[in-house]
Design a protein around this ligand. Structure first.
Ligand code: C5P
Length: 236
Protein backbone atom coordinates (compact mmCIF):
# COMPACT_ATOMS: atom_id res chain seq x y z
CA UNK A 1 0.00 0.00 0.00
CA UNK A 2 1.48 3.35 -1.12
CA UNK A 3 1.06 6.81 0.39
CA UNK A 4 -0.68 9.11 -2.08
CA UNK A 5 -1.22 12.49 -0.48
CA UNK A 6 -0.64 14.07 2.93
CA UNK A 7 -4.06 14.52 4.49
CA UNK A 8 -3.14 15.92 7.88
CA UNK A 9 0.03 16.62 9.86
CA UNK A 10 -0.52 16.27 13.61
CA UNK A 11 1.97 16.96 16.38
CA UNK A 12 3.54 13.47 16.34
CA UNK A 13 1.99 11.69 13.33
CA UNK A 14 1.26 12.42 9.68
CA UNK A 15 -1.78 10.92 7.98
CA UNK A 16 -1.69 9.96 4.27
CA UNK A 17 -4.36 8.84 1.84
CA UNK A 18 -3.90 5.58 -0.09
CA UNK A 19 -5.40 4.20 -3.32
CA UNK A 20 -8.19 2.71 -1.17
CA UNK A 21 -10.56 5.52 -0.04
CA UNK A 22 -11.38 3.58 3.14
CA UNK A 23 -7.76 3.20 4.27
CA UNK A 24 -5.13 5.65 5.50
CA UNK A 25 -1.46 5.37 6.42
CA UNK A 26 -0.32 6.77 9.79
CA UNK A 27 3.34 7.75 9.93
CA UNK A 28 4.77 8.09 13.44
CA UNK A 29 7.43 10.83 13.54
CA UNK A 30 10.15 11.46 16.13
CA UNK A 31 8.48 14.71 17.21
CA UNK A 32 7.34 15.03 20.81
CA UNK A 33 5.15 17.93 21.84
CA UNK A 34 3.95 19.54 25.05
CA UNK A 35 1.93 22.64 25.91
CA UNK A 36 -0.50 22.09 23.02
CA UNK A 37 2.33 22.00 20.50
CA UNK A 38 4.18 25.08 21.78
CA UNK A 39 7.17 22.95 22.76
CA UNK A 40 8.40 20.33 20.27
CA UNK A 41 11.56 18.19 20.35
CA UNK A 42 12.77 15.25 18.28
CA UNK A 43 13.89 11.99 19.83
CA UNK A 44 15.72 9.36 17.77
CA UNK A 45 13.76 6.08 17.44
CA UNK A 46 10.59 7.52 18.99
CA UNK A 47 8.47 7.18 15.83
CA UNK A 48 9.46 3.54 15.52
CA UNK A 49 8.89 2.77 19.21
CA UNK A 50 5.44 4.37 19.29
CA UNK A 51 4.36 2.72 16.03
CA UNK A 52 5.34 -0.75 17.27
CA UNK A 53 4.00 -0.07 20.76
CA UNK A 54 0.68 1.09 19.31
CA UNK A 55 0.48 -1.98 17.07
CA UNK A 56 1.12 -4.25 20.07
CA UNK A 57 -1.53 -2.57 22.25
CA UNK A 58 -4.16 -2.30 19.51
CA UNK A 59 -3.69 -6.00 18.74
CA UNK A 60 -4.24 -6.87 22.42
CA UNK A 61 -7.36 -4.70 22.47
CA UNK A 62 -8.71 -6.26 19.27
CA UNK A 63 -8.10 -9.70 20.81
CA UNK A 64 -10.23 -8.55 23.75
CA UNK A 65 -13.10 -7.66 21.37
CA UNK A 66 -12.54 -3.91 21.11
CA UNK A 67 -13.03 -2.58 17.55
CA UNK A 68 -9.90 -0.66 16.51
CA UNK A 69 -8.99 1.15 13.31
CA UNK A 70 -5.67 -0.71 12.97
CA UNK A 71 -5.35 -2.94 9.89
CA UNK A 72 -1.65 -3.80 9.84
CA UNK A 73 1.91 -2.71 10.49
CA UNK A 74 3.52 -1.51 7.24
CA UNK A 75 7.04 -0.52 8.29
CA UNK A 76 9.03 0.59 11.34
CA UNK A 77 7.18 3.90 11.44
CA UNK A 78 3.98 3.31 9.45
CA UNK A 79 0.73 1.44 9.88
CA UNK A 80 -2.41 1.02 7.78
CA UNK A 81 -5.72 2.03 9.38
CA UNK A 82 -9.39 2.40 8.55
CA UNK A 83 -10.37 5.92 7.58
CA UNK A 84 -12.61 6.98 10.45
CA UNK A 85 -14.76 10.05 10.74
CA UNK A 86 -13.07 11.24 13.95
CA UNK A 87 -15.11 12.45 16.93
CA UNK A 88 -13.48 15.72 18.13
CA UNK A 89 -13.63 14.66 21.78
CA UNK A 90 -10.89 12.95 23.82
CA UNK A 91 -11.94 10.35 26.41
CA UNK A 92 -9.74 10.09 29.51
CA UNK A 93 -9.83 7.56 32.33
CA UNK A 94 -7.92 8.18 35.54
CA UNK A 95 -7.08 5.41 38.00
CA UNK A 96 -4.81 7.68 40.07
CA UNK A 97 -4.66 11.44 40.42
CA UNK A 98 -2.10 13.19 38.21
CA UNK A 99 -1.71 15.99 35.68
CA UNK A 100 -4.63 18.30 35.02
CA UNK A 101 -6.81 16.65 37.70
CA UNK A 102 -4.29 17.57 40.40
CA UNK A 103 -4.11 21.14 39.07
CA UNK A 104 -7.90 21.46 38.79
CA UNK A 105 -9.08 19.83 42.02
CA UNK A 106 -6.01 20.23 44.20
CA UNK A 107 -5.86 16.56 45.25
CA UNK A 108 -2.56 14.88 46.01
CA UNK A 109 -0.76 13.28 43.07
CA UNK A 110 -0.94 9.49 43.19
CA UNK A 111 -4.10 8.97 45.25
CA UNK A 112 -6.18 6.06 44.00
CA UNK A 113 -9.45 6.97 42.30
CA UNK A 114 -12.16 4.43 42.96
CA UNK A 115 -14.21 4.14 40.85
CA UNK A 116 -11.91 5.53 38.12
CA UNK A 117 -12.75 9.01 36.84
CA UNK A 118 -13.98 9.55 33.28
CA UNK A 119 -13.24 12.97 31.69
CA UNK A 120 -13.86 14.39 28.23
CA UNK A 121 -11.97 17.17 26.46
CA UNK A 122 -12.71 18.97 23.22
CA UNK A 123 -9.84 18.56 20.72
CA UNK A 124 -8.80 22.15 20.16
CA UNK A 125 -5.17 23.25 20.66
CA UNK A 126 -6.00 26.96 20.33
CA UNK A 127 -8.44 26.65 23.25
CA UNK A 128 -6.09 24.24 25.15
CA UNK A 129 -8.51 21.29 24.89
CA UNK A 130 -11.27 22.52 27.24
CA UNK A 131 -13.08 20.04 29.44
CA UNK A 132 -16.59 19.17 28.22
CA UNK A 133 -19.33 16.70 29.16
CA UNK A 134 -22.11 14.64 27.60
CA UNK A 135 -24.45 17.62 27.40
CA UNK A 136 -21.94 19.60 25.26
CA UNK A 137 -21.58 16.64 22.87
CA UNK A 138 -25.33 16.52 22.35
CA UNK A 139 -25.94 20.26 22.09
CA UNK A 140 -23.09 20.90 19.67
CA UNK A 141 -23.70 17.66 17.74
CA UNK A 142 -20.11 16.37 18.06
CA UNK A 143 -21.32 12.79 18.44
CA UNK A 144 -24.68 11.07 18.89
CA UNK A 145 -25.85 10.03 22.36
CA UNK A 146 -25.70 6.39 21.32
CA UNK A 147 -22.17 6.58 19.93
CA UNK A 148 -21.00 8.52 22.98
CA UNK A 149 -22.36 5.79 25.26
CA UNK A 150 -20.38 3.25 23.22
CA UNK A 151 -17.22 5.37 23.43
CA UNK A 152 -17.54 5.58 27.20
CA UNK A 153 -18.17 1.89 27.60
CA UNK A 154 -15.22 1.03 25.31
CA UNK A 155 -12.95 3.38 27.30
CA UNK A 156 -13.79 1.49 30.52
CA UNK A 157 -13.21 -1.83 28.75
CA UNK A 158 -9.82 -0.62 27.51
CA UNK A 159 -9.00 0.38 31.10
CA UNK A 160 -9.79 -3.11 32.36
CA UNK A 161 -7.72 -4.84 29.69
CA UNK A 162 -4.73 -2.50 29.84
CA UNK A 163 -4.57 -1.98 33.62
CA UNK A 164 -4.02 -5.72 33.93
CA UNK A 165 -1.61 -5.93 31.00
CA UNK A 166 0.57 -3.14 32.40
CA UNK A 167 0.39 -4.38 35.99
CA UNK A 168 1.65 -7.78 34.82
CA UNK A 169 4.62 -5.83 33.40
CA UNK A 170 5.22 -4.03 36.72
CA UNK A 171 3.55 -0.79 35.65
CA UNK A 172 0.61 1.19 37.02
CA UNK A 173 -1.70 2.59 34.34
CA UNK A 174 -2.32 5.94 36.03
CA UNK A 175 -4.44 7.47 33.28
CA UNK A 176 -4.81 7.54 29.50
CA UNK A 177 -6.52 9.29 26.61
CA UNK A 178 -8.43 7.66 23.76
CA UNK A 179 -9.90 9.00 20.55
CA UNK A 180 -12.70 7.39 18.61
CA UNK A 181 -14.18 7.66 15.15
CA UNK A 182 -17.07 6.31 13.11
CA UNK A 183 -16.73 3.92 10.17
CA UNK A 184 -19.79 2.50 8.44
CA UNK A 185 -22.02 3.71 11.29
CA UNK A 186 -19.95 1.96 13.96
CA UNK A 187 -17.60 3.28 16.68
CA UNK A 188 -13.92 2.31 16.38
CA UNK A 189 -10.95 3.16 18.58
CA UNK A 190 -8.69 5.45 16.55
CA UNK A 191 -5.50 7.48 16.90
CA UNK A 192 -2.83 5.70 18.96
CA UNK A 193 -2.05 4.18 22.33
CA UNK A 194 1.55 4.87 23.34
CA UNK A 195 3.46 6.37 26.30
CA UNK A 196 2.71 9.76 24.69
CA UNK A 197 -0.98 9.47 25.63
CA UNK A 198 -0.94 7.69 28.98
CA UNK A 199 0.79 7.79 32.34
CA UNK A 200 2.70 4.74 33.47
CA UNK A 201 4.48 4.46 36.82
CA UNK A 202 6.79 1.71 37.99
CA UNK A 203 4.78 -0.33 40.50
CA UNK A 204 7.60 -0.38 43.07
CA UNK A 205 9.38 2.95 42.73
CA UNK A 206 6.49 5.00 41.20
CA UNK A 207 9.05 6.30 38.68
CA UNK A 208 7.38 8.04 35.73
CA UNK A 209 7.86 6.06 32.49
CA UNK A 210 5.80 8.13 30.02
CA UNK A 211 5.60 11.55 28.35
CA UNK A 212 5.66 13.28 31.75
CA UNK A 213 9.45 12.70 31.53
CA UNK A 214 9.38 15.15 28.60
CA UNK A 215 6.72 17.49 30.02
CA UNK A 216 8.58 17.79 33.34
CA UNK A 217 12.09 17.73 31.75
CA UNK A 218 13.09 14.65 33.77
CA UNK A 219 15.34 13.29 30.97
CA UNK A 220 15.55 9.67 29.81
CA UNK A 221 12.40 9.92 27.69
CA UNK A 222 13.28 7.34 25.07
CA UNK A 223 15.01 5.08 27.60
CA UNK A 224 11.71 4.98 29.58
CA UNK A 225 9.64 4.23 26.45
CA UNK A 226 12.06 1.43 25.52
CA UNK A 227 11.93 -0.01 29.03
CA UNK A 228 8.12 -0.06 28.97
CA UNK A 229 8.17 -1.77 25.54
CA UNK A 230 10.72 -4.31 26.80
CA UNK A 231 8.69 -5.15 29.90
CA UNK A 232 5.56 -5.72 27.80
CA UNK A 233 7.45 -7.87 25.28
CA UNK A 234 7.02 -5.50 22.31
CA UNK A 235 9.70 -6.41 19.76
CA UNK A 236 11.44 -3.23 18.59
O1 C5P B 1 -3.34 16.39 31.13
P1 C5P B 1 -4.24 15.38 31.77
O2 C5P B 1 -3.85 15.02 33.16
O3 C5P B 1 -5.70 15.74 31.64
O4 C5P B 1 -4.04 14.06 30.88
C1 C5P B 1 -4.69 12.83 31.18
C2 C5P B 1 -4.12 11.75 30.28
O5 C5P B 1 -4.47 12.00 28.92
C3 C5P B 1 -2.59 11.68 30.30
O6 C5P B 1 -2.21 10.31 30.21
C4 C5P B 1 -2.16 12.42 29.06
O7 C5P B 1 -0.96 11.92 28.54
C5 C5P B 1 -3.32 12.15 28.13
N1 C5P B 1 -3.57 13.26 27.20
C6 C5P B 1 -3.23 13.16 25.86
N2 C5P B 1 -3.48 14.19 25.00
C7 C5P B 1 -4.05 15.30 25.42
C8 C5P B 1 -4.41 15.45 26.78
C9 C5P B 1 -4.15 14.41 27.66
O8 C5P B 1 -2.73 12.12 25.45
N3 C5P B 1 -4.30 16.28 24.54
Amino acid sequence: MQKIKELYRGKAKTVFTTENPNLLILEFRNDTSALDGERIEQFDRKGMINNKFNHFIMTKLADAGIPTQLEKLLSDTECLVKRLDMVPVECVIRNRAAGSLVRRIGVEEGIELSPPLFDMFLKNDALHDPMVNESYCETFGWVSKEHLATMKSLTYQVNNVLSKLFLDAGLILVDFKLEFGIFDGKVYLGDEFSPDGCRLWDVNTLEKMDKDRFRQSLGGVIEAYEEVAKRLGVSL
